[in-house]
Design a protein. Structure first.
Length: 599
């Protein structure tokens, strides 16, 4: 095959002058800045605002007689992408879009880079057709398409082969921990890199009868990779992770918990490790906490402006209790830490009691409970009150003693934050009463309850308009009326950016219930029916269900995600009142829908 023809150097400045997009003075200014900073001239011109990025790309594409493409709208061929190694793609800022007998179509952020062009031609060993794309879109696409699943499977297979060949036992495997070239170490490193690349919050390692499953929780949902013949790999992998977490590798009959830190691509990651014996070996779950990422400020957590202003006024009070509720994984910790960060000033003493401490904050005294030595929430909380705090965060109200101490602290002049696993703000009062807290104390101490959920965002790259399905329409009609059931929604069809899920990222939905005089009277009397009615008829109260539906109607999330919140918030939370106030219209609609499906 003959070598591809060399491309001619393009003088970007002269090109833009010819097309009258800039003038001589602007070019001289940009060249001076380029000499000072070392950046490419095109980037300098766009950063200085002398030419828009769109106009620059269109002019360059026209001159080079190549297409200017929107990479977000391109359906990539995985086999074509893999023709170019990831390292080469990142170095050359190039991505193979298509490959056939005639050659390869390669997207480049800078087609004028002759050195990168030559490297791509040499690596692909075939003629190249170029397309111009935006650099930000290119880098984001590279992050999305170069997943490490193949590398994980390949290294896992290598580990399994070595174990079969050498029959390495636990002790010998543990002794090799310091070797950076050990396949098991590279397997762990690759798994962590892949998890961080897709923004996974948890990694599950689950041995099966003949296969090893590695699952990552991304945007609250698990994505699975199955490694055939990985059962022996699972044992070696679990052993190494237990060593990293300081656990007993000889104990395989009991659950264990540990913790360690790793550095991945310059980021400090805290890993909480949990093992559990199963039929086919030990299951391992790792929670990944990025300590190097900055916490969200209060105005970035996603609260609507009106609700945010009310919440800010509540947390700036000198005393009282503010509870944040929701199921596991609903973002309660993020909301509370954002509130603490807002209050974290030199004149404010803040103490947290957590299990475990998830994020480390300067100036805040954070205590991690340890039940094994008797350092439980109640004991730490009693000691905390003798430490002269202004603000106290109790990680979770787990028992009646912790609830009582927290409520008394709020009454006696401290601002107390805590969480409960309840489905709605009203259900939180039920739970506190069930835990033995007196109604008069709840009424005096609790100033507000925030209930929240996390909904997956529809992927903007593959979103399309849809109508609610028959079952969804029945739910919407029963709850919100026929107009809502007939409304247009959006859903993602699945693309490269969202890993074919149709969703990318998450958004929070909130409800805020402030305890006023009417609600206080109902709580003191134990009149839960009146409490629920008064809460839902308040002028400034927007429920979780309403907030979720609004996001679906705006196209931010799908109707199925919104209905998950609606049915969850209406579920029986264990209290008699909630059971009595179930929506008969909703049940009737569901029954009618089921009968229609049966016919």
């Amino acid at each position: 095959m003959s070598d591809p023809p060399r491309r001619k150097r393009v003088r970007v400045g002269e090109l833009l002058l010819e097309q009258k997009l800039i003038n001589e003075h602007q070019l001289k200014t940009a060249l001076a800045e380029q000499a000072r900073s070392g950046r490419r001239l095109g980037r300098v011109l766009t950063d200085l605002g002398m030419v828009t990025e769109q106009a620059f790309h269109e002019a360059l594409a026209k001159h080079l007689r190549i297409p200017f493409m929107d990479l977000r709208q391109v359906q990539l061929a995985p086999d074509a992408v893999r023709l170019l190694p990831e390292a080469q793609a990142r170095r050359s800022r190039g991505l193979v879009l298509q490959a056939d007998e005639a050659g390869a179509l390669v997207a480049m952020a800078d087609p004028t880079d002759l050195l990168a062009y030559d490297e791509l031609a040499a690596a692909l060993k075939r003629p190249i057709r170029l397309a111009l794309v935006k650099e930000a879109d290119l880098l984001r696409t590279i992050d999305a398409v170069y997943r490490r699943t193949d590398e994980i499977a390949s290294i896992a297979q290598q580990v399994g082969e070595e174990l079969r060949e050498a029959d390495i036992d636990i002790e010998r495997l543990a002794a090799e921990e310091g070797s950076p070239d050990a396949p098991i170490i590279r397997l762990i490193q690759t798994m962590f890199h892949d998890a961080m690349q897709v923004g996974a919050s948890d990694v599950h390692i689950e041995p099966g009868d003949s296969a090893l499953r590695v699952r990552q929780r991304v945007d609250g949902h698990l994505q699975e990779q199955v490694i055939d013949g990985g059962r022996r790999v699972a044992g070696a992998l679990t052993t190494r992770l237990k060593l990293m977490g300081g656990l007993d590798i000889a104990e395989k009959r009991l659950p264990q918990d540990g913790r360690f830190s790793v550095k991945i691509s310059g980021k400090a990651i805290d890993v909480r490790l949990s093992t559990m014996p199963t039929q086919h070996g030990e299951s391992v779950v790792m929670r990944l906490l990025d300590q190097s990422s900055s916490l969200m400020s209060l105005d970035k957590v996603g609260m609507p402006p009106a609700l945010l202003e009310r919440f800010r006024l509540l947390i700036e009070r000198s005393a009282g209790m503010v509870l944040v509720t929701g199921p596991t994984g609903s973002g309660k910790t993020t909301t509370l830490y954002s509130a603490l960060q807002h209050l974290n000033q030199p004149d404010t003493k803040i103490i947290t009691v957590e299990d475990p401490v998830e994020y480390r904050l300067d100036r805040i005294n954070q205590v991690q409970v340890n039940a094994k030595i008797g350092l439980d929430f109640a004991r730490v909380l009693r000691t905390t009150l003798r430490q002269d705090p202004d603000v106290i965060l109790v990680g979770e109200m787990r028992d009646s003693e912790t609830v009582e101490i927290g409520l008394r602290a709020a009454i006696t002049g401290h601002l107390v934050f805590s969480t409960l696993h309840t489905m709605s703000a009203v259900a939180t009062v039920h739970r506190l009463l069930d835990m033995g807290a007196p109604g008069y104390m709840i009424a005096a101490a609790v100033h507000a309850i925030v209930a929240q959920r996390l909904l997956r965002r529809v992927c903007e790259n593959c979103a399309r308009p849809v109508q609610a399905g028959p079952h969804e329409a029945a739910l919407l009609k029963a709850r919100f009326g026929p107009d809502t059931a007939a409304a247009s929604f959006r859903a993602g069809s699945g693309c490269t950016y969202c890993n074919l899920t149709g969703y990318r990222g998450r958004i929070a939905v909130y409800e805020l219930l402030e305890i006023d005089r009417t609600l206080t009277d109902a709580i003191q009397r134990g009149d839960l029916g009146r409490l629920e009615e008064a809460a839902r008829t308040r002028a400034n109260f927007a429920s979780l269900t309403r907030g979720a539906l609004d996001l679906a109607l705006r196209g931010v999330t799908s109707v199925s995600e919104a209905l998950g919140v609606i049915t969850g918030a209406d579920a029986d939370d264990g209290s008699p009142t909630t059971a009595r106030t179930a929506d008969p219209l909703l049940e009737e609609a569901l029954q009618a829908d089921a009968m229609g499906a049966g016919n």
